[in-house]
Design a protein around this ligand. Structure first.
Ligand code: ADP
Ligand code: ADP
Ligand code: MG
Length: 655
C-alpha cells in the first residue's frame, strides 16, 4: 500500500501524477525550487516542500534534499515523473536505502538499459532485433571508420550515454566521418560526461515506433500497443499518435512480442517503453524494425496510449509499485480508435525553434485533453523545459482524431510568449501526415512551409486597432461617434514592421479600415476576449486579448486558427528611451543574471561593463550609458530577470 507519494518533478507531469493519486486516495507531496514556489503543482499537492534554488542541479536533481523532504513529510513512495532523476539508478538506490518505494523499475533494470551499447548487446542476446552496426568497446577512430565502411553509408554515430536527441550525427560519406565523430564526441562529453559512441546503419525513411510495456513484481509483462513518434525535429518528438498508421496485425505481433521479450530479459517492473526504428520506405514489415533503446520510465506521450486503451498508466504504476499484480491480463487490454498528442512549447519555430520565456497573459485551450502545469499569469522561465501543455485528442478513426486535434489547435490562444502553436497546426494540416505517410524526415523536408508566418489580414489589423484604441463597438450607451474622434491613425508593431493605418468609426458598431481597398466591418460586438462581426457576407468570431509585457501594451488576435501578436507603440516611448540611457540599465530580454561587475556607490565611466545577462543561450554585456555612480542593483547572479526590467540604476545627474 502507498498512502503518501512525493513527486520528484515539476510541471505538467507532476500535476498529472497528483490527479491520479487524488483519485486513488493517496495523499501527495510536491517539491519545488524557488522559481516554482507558486507553481500549479505546488498548489495542487496536499503538501509542498522547498528543495533549493532555481537551477535544476540544485533542486530537482538534488537527491539528498529530495530524500530528506520525503522523510520529513512522511511519504512512503517517490514518483520520479520523466526527465530529471527518473532514469538515475543512484537515485533509486538512495530511495530504497531510505526505506521508501521507488515508483519505477529496479536500479538494475535501469542500469541494464542506461547505456545504448550495452543495452543493444543484451537485447541481441534476448532475440530482439537490433539496428545493424558496431556497439563494442573499441573506440579508436580509424577502427570506427572501418566499421562504418562495413556497415555502409549513411551511418549514425550515437553517444552511448545519449538522450533527448543529443549526441547524434548522421554521416553520408566516408570523407565526413572523422569530423562528425569528433564533434559528436565533444557534444557527448559536454552533455553526458562520456564520449564513447556506437555506430549504426542509418535506416532509410525511418519511422520511430515504440511499444508501451508494463511489468509487475510477480513476473507478468504485458504490452499496451504501439505509438508512432515519427514527427520529429532534431530527433525530438513533436506530434505522437497511437496506433501507428499502416500497422498490420502481423507486424504488430512481431513488434509487441519483441518489446515484451526485451522487458522480460531484465525482469522489468512498472511502465517502460521499447523504442524501435522501422523501415518506412514501404509498408511496415515483421522483419523491418530494430531496437534502438528502452526508456525505463513513464513517457511524455503516454496519454495517447491512455486514450486508445482507456487505462490510467499512472494508476498502474502506483499499483505495481505497491506490489499488486498488473490490473489486466494481455487479452483484456484492447485498442479502441485513434489518438494524437501535440506538444505545445514556448519556442519560436521561425527562429530555429529558439526557446522563449514570458508571462502567460492569456491561456485558452481548444477542445482536447489538456495536460499542463501552468495557468494564466504563470511565467515560462529560462530554467526548465519550456513546455506549456500537451493537447490530446481521441476519435473513432485516425481522420476523426486528427480533425479534432486541428480544431483544438485552431482554438488555442496563448498570449505573452511566442509558441509553436501555428507550426503544430500546419503540421496537423499537412497532407502527407494526414495520409499517414510519416517518417522522421517529414518536418525537415517541409520546414519552410510549416514555419511560414503569414501576414495579418486587414480584418485582423482592424480588430487589433479597435483593441489598441480600447473601443467597445457594442457599448449601447455610447454609440460610435461619442468616443470623440471619429477617425484614428493607428500604429501597431507586427514583429519588426510598423503598421500605420487609419480606422474610421462609422457609428452603430461599424468601422472602416482605410487602405487601397477599404475594409468595412459591421455588426461588431465585443466581450472580454472575443470580437464578433461581419465583413460583407462573411461573419467572423475572433479571440482578441490586450495584455502588457515589461512595460509594453500588446494585442493578440486569433482568427480562423491564425494568431497575430501586435505591440502598441507607446507615444512616449522616445522619452522613456532617453530615461533608460540616462539613469537605468535594463535587461534587453528575459534571461538570467550571470555577472554583476559593480557595487552600489561605485563610480563608473560610460561604456564600462556593469553586468552580464544570459538570454536565448547568449551572453549580453550591459554597459554604463554615461559616467556616474551606481545607486542600486536590483538582482544577483543566478537570478531571473524580465526583459525591460531595470537591473542597475545610476544616481541621477546633478542639476
Ligand atoms: P519521451 O521519450 O518520453 O518523449 P523526451 O526525451 O521527449 O521523452 O522527454 C524527456 C525530456 O523532458 C527530458 O529529457 C527533459 O529534457 C524534459 N523534462 C524533464 N522533466 C520535465 C518536466 N517536468 N516538464 C517538462 N519537461 C521535462
Ligand atoms: P535518444 O536517447 O536521444 O532518444 P534514440 O536512440 O532514441 O536517442 O534516437 C532518437 C531518434 O533518432 C529516433 O527517434 C530516430 O528519429 C533517430 N534515429 C535513431 N537511430 C536511428 C537510425 N539507426 N536510423 C535512423 N534514425 C535513427
Ligand atoms: Mg529515444
Amino acid at each position: 500500500m502507498i498512502t503518501r507519494v512525493l513527486i520528484a518533478n515539476r510541471g505538467e507531469i507532476a500535476c498529472r501524477i497528483i490527479r491520479t493519486a487524488n483519485r486513488m486516495g493517496i495523499s501527495t507531496v510536491a517539491i519545488h525550487s524557488d522559481a516554482d514556489a507558486h507553481a500549479l503543482h505546488v498548489d495542487m499537492a496536499d503538501e509542498a516542500v522547498r528543495i533549493g534554488p532555481a537551477p535544476a542541479a540544485d533542486s530537482y536533481l538534488n537527491i539528498d534534499a529530495i530524500i530528506e523532504a520525503a522523510k520529513a513529510s512522511g511519504a512512503d513512495a517517490i514518483h520520479p515523473g520523466y526527465g530529471f532523476l527518473s532514469e538515475n539508478p543512484a537515485f533509486v538506490d538512495a530511495v530504497e536505502a531510505a526505506g521508501l518505494i521507488f515508483v519505477g523499475p529496479s536500479a538494475a533494470a535501469i542500469r541494464a538499459m542506461g547505456l545504448k551499447d550495452a543495452a543493444k548487446a543484451l537485447m541481441d542476446k534476448a532475440g530482439v532485433p537490433v539496428v545493424p552496426g558496431y556497439h563494442g568497446d573499441n573506440q579508436e577512430a580509424d577502427f570506427l571508420a572501418g566499421e562504418a565502411d562495413q556497415i555502409g553509408y549513411p551511418v549514425l554515430i550515437k553517444a552511448r550515454a545519449g538522450g533527448g536527441g543529443k549526441g547524434m550525427r548522421k554521416v553520408e560519406r566516408a570523407e565526413d566521418f572523422q569530423a562528425a565523430l569528433e564533434s559528436c564526441r565533444r557534444e557527448a562529453q559536454n552533455a553526458f560526461g562520456d564520449d564513447a559512441v556506437l555506430i549504426e546503419k542509418y535506416v532509410s525513411a525511418p519511422r520511430h515506433i515504440e511499444v508501451q510495456v508494463f511489468g509487475d513484481a510477480h513476473g507478468n509483462v504485458v504490452h499496451l500497443f504501439e505509438r508512432d513518434c515519427s514527427l520529429q525535429r532534431r530527433h525530438q518528438k513533436v506530434i505522437e499518435e497511437a496506433p501507428a498508421p499502416g500497422m498490420a496485425e502481423e507486424v504488430r505481433a512481431a513488434m509487441t512480442g519483441a518489446a515484451v521479450r526485451a522487458a522480460e530479459a531484465i525482469d522489468y517492473q512498472g511502465a517502460g517503453t521499447v523504442e524501435f526504428i522501422a523501415d518506412g520506405s514501404g509498408p511496415l514489415r515483421p522483419d523491418g524494425f530494430w531496437f534502438m533503446e528502452m526508456n525505463t520510465r513513464l513517457q511524455v506521450e503516454h496519454p495517447v496510449t491512455e486514450a486508445v486503451t482507456g487505462l490510467d498508466l499512472v494508476e498502474w504504476q502506483l499499483r505495481v509499485a505497491a506490489g499488486e499484480k498488473l490490473p489486466l491480463s494481455q487479452d483484456k487490454i484492447v485498442l479502441e480508435g485513434h489518438a494524437f498528442e501535440a506538444r505545445l512549447y514556448a519556442e519560436d519555430p521561425a527562429n530555429g525553434f529558439l526557446p522563449q520565456t514570458g508571462t502567460l497573459a492569456h491561456l485558452e485551450f481548444g477542445n482536447a485533453r489538456i495536460d499542463t502545469g501552468v495557468r494564466t499569469g504563470d511565467a515560462i522561465t529560462p530554467f526548465y523545459d519550456p513546455m506549456i501543455a500537451k493537447l490530446i485528442n481521441h476519435g473513432e478513426t485516425r481522420d476523426e482524431a486528427l480533425g479534432r486535434l486541428r480544431t483544438a489547435l485552431a482554438d488555442t490562444h496563448v498570449a505573452g510568449t511566442v509558441t509553436n502553436r501555428a507550426f503544430l497546426a500546419a503540421l496537423a494540416a499537412h497532407e502527407g501526415f494526414a495520409a499517414g505517410a510519416v517518417d522522421t524526415g517529414l518536418i525537415d523536408r517541409d520546414l519552410d512551409m510549416l514555419t511560414a508566418s503569414p501576414e495579418p489580414s486587414d480584418i485582423v489589423i482592424a480588430l487589433a486597432a479597435i483593441a489598441a484604441l480600447d473601443l467597445d463597438p457594442a457599448d449601447p450607451r455610447l454609440g460610435w461617434r461619442l468616443w470623440g474622434e471619429a477617425s484614428h491613425q493607428v500604429r501597431l508593431m507586427h514583429g519588426d514592421s510598423l503598421i500605420e493605418r487609419r480606422l474610421v468609426l462609422n457609428g452603430s458598431g461599424s468601422v472602416t479600415l482605410e487602405g487601397e481597398t477599404p475594409l468595412l466591418l459591421d455588426n461588431l460586438s465585443r466581450d472580454a476576449t472575443t470580437f464578433g462581426g461581419n465583413s460583407g457576407s462573411l461573419s467572423f468570431k475572433a479571440g482578441v486579448v490586450r495584455y502588457r509585457t515589461a512595460g509594453t501594451a500588446n494585442v493578440s488576435v486569433l482568427l480562423d486558427g491564425a494568431l497575430h501578436a501586435f505591440a502598441i507603440p507607446d507615444p512616449l516611448a522616445g522619452a522613456a528611451d532617453a530615461g533608460a540611457s540616462g539613469d537605468a540599465v535594463t535587461a534587453p530580454m528575459t534571461g538570467i543574471v550571470r555577472l554583476i561587475d559593480v557595487k552600489a556607490g561605485q563610480s563608473v565611466s560610460a561604456g564600462d561593463r556593469l553586468a552580464v545577462v544570459e538570454a536565448m543561450k547568449m551572453e549580453h554585456p550591459l554597459t554604463a550609458p554615461r559616467d556616474g555612480v551606481i545607486a542600486a542593483i536590483h538582482g544577483e547572479p543566478g537570478a531571473a530577470i524580465e526583459g525591460g526590467a531595470v537591473l542597475i540604476a545610476l544616481e541621477p545627474e546633478e542639476g
